[in-house]
Ligand binder design. Sequence first.
Ligand code: PMP
Length: 415
Amino acid sequence: MSNRVKPVDISLSPRVNSVKPSIVTSIAAHTIGLEQAGLPVIRLIKGEPDFNTPIMVAEAGINAIREDHTRYTLSGGTLQLRTAICNKLKEENGICYTHDEIVVSNGAKQCILQALLAVCSPGDEVLIPCPYWWSYLDMAKLADARPVILPTLSAENFLLDPELLDSKITENSRLLILCTPSNPTGSVYPKPLLERIAEIVAKHPKLLVLSDEIYEHIIYSPATHTSFASLPGMWDRTLTVNGFSKTFAMTGWRLGYIAGPKHFVEAINKLQSHITSGASSIAQKAGVAALGLGYAGGEVVSVMVKAFRERRDFLVKSFNELQGITVSEPQGAFYLFIDFSSYYGIEAEDFGKIENSESLCRYILEKAQVALVPGIAFGDDSCIRISYAASLTTLQAAFERIKKALISLRPAVPV
Ligand code: PMP
């Protein structure tokens, strides 16, 4: 027998092979390449507030370490934090839960994956309005479910058409994912539209709704947030996801939660007990402090929202002055999702043809040194996402650079 070492089998599971690497990873790599070559790139890619975690919240985390809150907590989260979440959901969202109907996780992202793993069986369909936050699609696949895309129109503020939903529901439909305010579009679902969606959902006993409300407080009046679970008959079939990353600028603390009927949430907790044993004890103490800041995050959060609004107003006004672009005013989150397709098909000097959202982003990155995310990452190739989680001065500089790069694509047209 030969002693030669046989090569290692490097095959991967079909589960891994079913998901795509994030397109943002390749933009980030391109950005780093330009930065290493000495070019100052403005990054407007991330879904992350540019503010620091409020000091009172950070102090609570530091004190948690000082006071030795450094051990495993209950898998579903400390009773202190879950009680604070129950109070928050009741007061701010009009939905009542007990602590065993809440699971705290390492971010809303983990909540969503665990929810899909807990409720979907192979062959089940997950209905996802498009444009979508990219992870929904891959998470559905990881749960052996089949994503069913529900297209929306920019002319209708990217809001789901209830009739389209009605026509797409089959006996395999298990979960509808709603995200309001939306990443990537910033659209906010008005209550009457949610009520119409609820009427349709109510006809299908198998269909649940995952309501991703992580941007709920980044909302611009007069728009208001409605929790899907608060609508008549919807509590029993809704899993409400929320978190601390966006409202409290706590992305790195990794803290989010899901609320829903006990049988679903217990199943989610069972999975979590085998996956992470629960969120960080330190982050959970900080989470209690964050919820203690007051209704909707109090003054600290309203200062951030005011800044986001100012930036949104600046960008909407500026981009609307560009030829071939129409931007409607998003009512929430910190993104603009702009249709740039009138620039597709143009041959750019020293670059080649602008074919789609990916090549336009590459062009803007190379010519203007501004990093943006192609709409194709969110299922809509006509658009590009601009995150305005950056200072007004940075956004002003970014806009000037983008404008210059776009003018050079259409030198004959006044902008
Ligand atoms: N949902 C949406 C729509 C998001 O944009 C994000 C973060 N980009 C998340 C969930 C996950 O947030 P986290 O895991 O940081 O709580």
